[in-house]
Ligand binder design. Structure first.
Ligand code: BEZ
Ligand code: FE
Length: 282
């Protein structure tokens, strides 16, 4: 077969979608098909290698359950989640930066009073008081914003991964006060490994990559008239800040906890949300 007959296969596959009623679907798939076919041609992929790809994707699907989302993990560790995020969220212009959502959000939690602990059992970690303010881009404090938070326990696992943890441990929702503030008590987060006992873990190992994420707390902030913000705060000094397994670190999200008089730690962070109508690049 000649290179031109390989190209004819690609063109036939693209042409087969010409009458698709959904033009966006047709356009996106045409580009994906072109790049996929190019990659296969360029690497002279063998039948055995393609079978291995299909077996990998099959295992990835089979590993998904109500508690585990291996496809999100795949998207995260390939850097695709961060690329989609970068394309779709404004940066610059004073707006807080977003990062990867991850697979461990467990739905909306009950709203707790200001200053409450998000622990449902005692843990050995260092006590941390987290305070924040939420403002819209024009600097106005955002009253009544929903601030959802979640973090891993000191054993490196989220409650949804670890049957020994009480449900809802280290996750909660808060509502901002009239001055845009919120606060809660927690423990200093630790770095942890993304789930590496499935197909994504096998691929990480085959690629000589480590599975670790630097210590962080997740935030999802929703307020009327603003774009929702999905982000983390990372802890300064963490050894994995430069090599996050899912490429989620941005320097504006790295914070250094302050030592308080009683020896506990505190973080204060100002979040700024983009306006709801804000476009893709700010
Ligand atoms: C997380 O931070 O919870 C996370 C993000 C991406 C992949 C795995 C975990
Ligand atoms: Fe996390």
């Amino acid at each position: 077969m000649t290179d031109s007959s390989f190209a004819a296969i690609t063109q036939s596959a693209i042409d087969s979608m010409a009458k698709a009623p959904n033009a966006r679907l047709r356009d996106v798939l045409s580009v994906v098909l072109r790049h996929l076919h190019d990659a296969i041609r360029e690497t002279r992929l063998t039948a055995a290698e393609w079978e291995a790809v299909i077996a990998f994707l099959t295992r990835t699907g089979e590993t998904c359950s109500a508690e585990r989302q291996e496809f999100i993990l795949l998207s995260d560790f390939l850097g695709v989640s961060m690329l989609v995020d970068a394309l779709n969220h404004a940066s610059g212009s004073g707006v807080s930066e977003s990062t990867v959502f991850g697979p461990f959000y467990a739905g909306r939690q009950p709203i707790l009073p200001v200053g409450t602990s998000i622990l449902k059992r005692a843990e050995k970690g260092a006590s941390l008081r987290m305070r924040g303010t939420v403002r819209s881009q024009d600097g106005t404090p955002t009253s009544g914003a929903l601030v959802e938070v979640w973090q891993a326990a000191p054993n490196g696992l989220y409650d949804v991964q670890d049957p020994a943890q009480p449900a809802g441990h280290l996750r909660a929702s808060f509502e901002t006060a009239a001055d845009g503030s919120f606060a809660f008590e927690t423990i200093l987060p630790v770095s942890y490994a993304i789930p590496d006992d499935g197909p994504v873990g096998d691929l990480l190992q085959a690629l000589g990559r480590h599975p670790n994420r630097p210590a962080h707390i997740h935030f999802m902030i929703t307020a009327t008239g603003c774009r929702p913000l999905v982000t983390h705060l990372f802890i300064d000094g963490d050894p994995y800040l430069e090599s996050d397994a899912v490429f989620g670190v941005k320097s504006s999200l790295v914070v250094r906890p302050q030592r308080r008089a009683d020896g506990s730690l505190a973080i204060d962070y100002p979040f700024t949300l983009a306006g709801a109508a804000m476009g893709q690049d700010g």
